[in-house]
Ligand binder design. Structure first.
Ligand SMILES: [Zn+2]
Length: 287
């Protein structure tokens, strides 16, 4: 059976240059490894998703020439998430957390990346009124997870020290990104995960969660570089708010956009003026 890779944008805005860079990597990887491509609309956060952006993703991908084999949308998959939650509950791997944002910040240390490391206060709590707002946390195993990134090499990370037990459903009863993505990657038989470096830090905890959900074979991981500005800084909100369809309306072609993203991304790849496509094929040829 051929493997499968996913492209998973959130419909909280129109596609921008960051998405385009990610899409180039995903479609390049699919070509290299002969993978099926799955489009996943990540609208798990219903308070931020908009129907117009969902349609926008499909239209923009078609315009850019990125074709895919299958599609799913998280908001239609409530039953699948409920079943996955039940699987965790049966193993006693979930508990309600009543901590406020303020408490979380004041009562827990931070990891070296600045992330709050939840110390398990509500795990030790005997009872709680489940009518008051609370999130549900997954109990992460206290062990080092060894995993490999095709571009960045080996990692040895303990999610207990990175973040502690983490939420799978938030106070507003929305499934979290971490939970939805793990359930989907299992359920949709995703074999290759190619995504931005900014999510690399989530990998160990996602592996732990996927294992608790019964997945035995791990996906193959590749985290790609991000577009940065001329000062080597992450793109600002304003720059990311500039959408590809604004460019389209201004008469810019997909080819010109590819060129522009190539130019911007090469700043992260090397000091020499190589284009992104060269960089991508270089990355792909080394793995
Ligand atoms: Zn708590």
């Amino acid at each position: 059976m051929p493997g499968k890779i996913r492209f998973a944008p959130s419909p909280t805005g129109y596609l921008h240059e960051g998405h385009l860079l990610s899409a180039l990597y995903v479609w390049a990887a699919a070509k290299k490894w002969n993978l099926k491509i799955h489009l996943r609309i990540e609208d798990h956060d219903q308070s931020r998703a908009r129907p117009a952006y969902i349609e926008g993703i499909r239209e923009d991908l078609a315009w850019l020439g990125f074709h895919y084999d299958s599609e799913s949308i998280q908001s239609a998959r409530g039953e699948v998430y409920k079943a996955a939650l039940q699987k965790l509950e049966e193993q006693s791997l979930v508990y309600p957390c009543f901590c406020s944002r303020k408490q979380l910040q004041e009562e827990n240390p931070r990891s070296e990346t600045g992330e709050i490391v939840y110390q398990g206060k509500c795990f030790r709590r005997e009872t709680g009124d489940t009518n008051t707002p609370h999130n549900l946390r997954f109990i992460v195993p206290d062990k080092t997870i060894d995993w490999h990134d095709l571009r960045l090499g080996d990692f040895h990370e303990n999610p207990k020290q990175q973040c502690g037990d983490f939420p799978i459903r938030d106070r507003d009863n929305q499934w979290t990104y971490q939970f939805a993505v793990c359930v989907d990657d299992i359920d949709e038989n995703i074999t290759h995960i190619v995504r931005g470096e900014d999510i690399r830090n989530s990998t160990a905890r996602q592996i732990a969660l996927m294992e608790a959900l019964g997945r035995t074979e791990r996906p193959i991981y590749l985290h790609h570089p991000l577009i940065v500005d001329a000062n080597n800084k992450k793109l600002s909100k304003r720059e990311l708010a500039h959408s590809l369809r604004q460019d389209k309306e201004a008469g810019i072609t997909p080819e010109m956009l590819f060129g522009r993203v190539c130019y911007k991304a090469h700043l992260t790849m090397s000091d020499s003026p190589i284009a992104l496509m060269d960089a991508i094929s270089m990355v792909m040829n080394h793995i």
